[in-house]
Design a protein around this ligand. Structure first.
Ligand code: PLP
Length: 405
């Protein structure tokens, strides 16, 4: 038994019976389960510590503000940022990317500037850029993929040019599991003077982030993908860039002085955090990040890799299964279809077997287009899964194939 097997007991969702049977939760790429320390932290705050932040003059308000800022420091260390001021709390990766596209993009993009994306992006890293492209006259360019689902470096070299003002790419594909070489991509973008935006939503649950070593300008992720609460996300931004950016939303906390004639703004990060934030979620993000630290990246990766390789090998033995993405070195997920069978039907049979997966386009419709499918079945693994989960999953897929063929 690997030491990670003990992780299971930390997640109460897995202790219950659903339809009288254990739950095989293979949907962590959509949302990770929450361990006790996170659940308890949210409950503690709501039960005994409730107060608004950055404004009160009483004990609980001071305490809440301190916990809130401690969480910011924990995120700073988690992504290895230089300063806490570089960490902006948002409601998720989606909001982080919208903030960036609107705040940085509206000021810095002009007609015929180019925004470079990749074919494997989640809609959250496409649509905000399209919106700002429409507002500014900038153009979207797309780096295509190799047949095994890696970024096509030759295409990248063709499309990166002095016209490229921003290169926004995912560190890890939520559909293919492809891990991109972030440092290498950042340095290629820098060579043409483009700023870099990394979507870390799928990366943060199993990999160390080092924004300084990478030299990346912006990095976005969501708390719920890394065992944390919903409604909290992060935008890391290099301080020099954040200082030059206008606010995204107006309201309380983001101002220095307001008159009806004009408003001056607070410093970053507060300038980008208008209104009352999701305080309990921000505070409970800290124990989530500490939770991954408890196991360490090496143990997490070894455990998840073993599960994903076993799943892949088992799927290859089922005739008619078509696997997508690289066969090794991926995030802990498998994406596949069974020829001639609709992915939703497969999902339904798996659900009847208590195997929870995601089916559909996974918010990557432009990727589906080149894969030539309307959707896939995606099973994703995390610290709390075990080999028995993989076996039950494979058995359920074989059953789905038998029933639906
Ligand atoms: N980027 C990627 C790669 C994702 O997988 C997701 C969520 O699935 C997002 C962005 C958006 O995250 P959220 O919905 O938490 O804002």
């Amino acid at each position: 038994m690997s030491s990670m097997e003990k992780a299971r007991a930390d997640f109460p969702v897995l202790t219950q019976k659903i339809r009288g049977k254990n739950l095989v939760y293979l949907d962590s790429a959509a949302t990770a389960l929450k361990p006790w320390p996170v659940i308890e932290r949210i409950s503690l705050f709501n039960s005994y510590e409730t107060a608004n932040v950055h404004r009160g003059a009483h004990y609980l308000a001071d305490q809440a503000t301190r916990y809130f800022e401690e969480s910011r420091a924990a995120v700073r260390d988690f992504v290895h940022a230089r300063a806490s001021e570089e960490i902006i709390f948002t409601k998720g990766a989606t909001e982080s990317l919208n903030l960036l596209a609107q705040s940085w993009g509206r000021v810095n993009l002009h007609a015929n500037d180019e925004i470079l994306l990749t074919r494997m992006e989640h809609h959250a890293n496409i649509v905000p850029w399209q919106m700002v492209a429409q507002q500014t006259g900038a153009k979207i360019k797309v780096v295509e993929l190799t047949p095994d689902g890696q970024l096509d470096r030759q295409d990248l070299a063709r499309k990166l040019s002095p016209l490229t003002k921003v290169f926004a790419f995912t560190a890890c594909s939520n559909t293919l599991g492809t891990i991109n070489p972030v440092a290498e991509l950042v340095s290629a973008a820098k060579a043409v003077g483009a700023i870099t935006v990394v979507d870390g939503a799928q990366f943060v649950a199993n990999h160390a982030v080092d924004v300084q070593a990478w030299g990346v300008d912006f990095f976005a992720f969501s708390g719920h993908k890394v065992f944390g609460p919903y409604g909290v996300g992060v935008l890391y931004g290099r301080q020099e860039l954040l200082r030059s950016m206008p606010p995204y939303q107006g309201g309380g906390s983001m101002i220095a002085k307001v008159t009806f004639a004009e408003t001056t703004y607070n410093e970053s990060p507060f300038r980008f955090e208008a209104g009352t934030p999701n305080i309990e979620a921000v505070i409970a993000l800290k124990p989530a990040l500490e939770y991954v630290g408890k196991w360490g990246w090496a143990a997490i990766q070894e455990h998840e890799n073993e599960l994903v390789q076993k799943a892949r090998a088992g799927l290859r033995e089922i005739a008619g299964v078509r696997l997508f993405g690289p066969s090794q070195g991926t995030a802990p997920l498998v994406s596949f279809v069974i020829e001639g069978i609709h992915h939703s039907d497969v999902g339904q049979i798996l659900d009847q077997e208590n195997v929870a997966v995601r089916v559909g386009h996974h918010c990557t419709q432009p990727l589906m287009e080149v894969l030539g499918v309307t959707g896939t079945v995606r099973a994703s693994f995390s610290v709390y899964n075990n080999t028995q989960d993989v076996e039950l999953f494979l058995k359920a897929v074989a059953k789905a194939k038998e029933m639906l063929s």
